[in-house]
Design a protein around this ligand. Sequence first.
Ligand code: GLY
Length: 332
Amino acid sequence: MKRRNFIKRASLTGLGLAVAPSIISCETETEKDKKAIATVTPVFPIVVATWNFKNATKAAWEVLEKGGASIDAIEAGCRVEEADLKNTTVGNGGSPDRDGNVTLDACIMNKDGGYGAVVCMENIAHPISVARKVMEETPHVLLAGKGAEQFAVEQGFKRENLLTEASKKAWLKWKEKSEYKPIINIENHDTIGMLAIDKNGDISGGCTTSGMAYKMAGRVGDSAIIGSGLFIDNSVGGATATGMGEEVLKTVGSFLIVELMRQGRTPQEACEEGVRRIVESNPNYTNFQVGYVALNKQGEYGCYCVHGGFGISKYQEGKQTYIKSNSYIKKA
Ligand code: GLY
């Protein structure tokens, strides 16, 4: 009797090869199958990120194309947005909380399941790099507030004022009414979540944000919380989120998406299910945005969001592309 041997996507991981969708489940060990596997196009390295953060994906690509590790690409890419003073949703220049303090959240995950994060950290411009130091230099995974800031200074990061004049002006204007209404697709960007696979086929991810503008003091969103704003499993792939962090936290969105991919869903199917869980559990979904991007170990990616207007940037084979995401609520 002919032996049936089902190939699952994950079993091709070690080959570092793109897998045609048709090779999800098939008979193996025929000459035809061997040839098909041998001739599929390698797609690594690749980097994807939430929104049209093209300078960030370019910086990550520059690391990857030189043969650099995915974790270094992630840190380099995320730092670009953290340094951009015009970006009011990430890093230096981020919008403050309602008391006028800029507090930052970030996390990073590597191919070995390592995780490091900082939350509610003030006065340090590069939380993604501090998160990496937490992962690599401490016995812990998450440092908060003053402790995170103190650790950063001990590691050589310099204290600086992160509230720009423009952000201060906008905050003072907001204070006139003090209405807390998060804006959907704020300036068409928000948190940067980034996923990268290097030439060795190893995946890492990062996520960094100043959180919701004018949040309550001490509020922490999804971005730095493992499994919510980001999750990486080097045997499956990764996922990351942007938008209303409370909703992502309640559904542990990125972990859910990676687990769905582990069970055989494509990144696209998994992102759609992640959004569906949110909208089905919250009738208020018309009032907030959540967007996901996922990347599996074969270099297949997907994205999905609640409202239209979200998209992802991708760098692969030396070419940058912006991909508009489909949405649960179709844009009028
Ligand atoms: N997704 C960013 C936040 O909610 O803080």
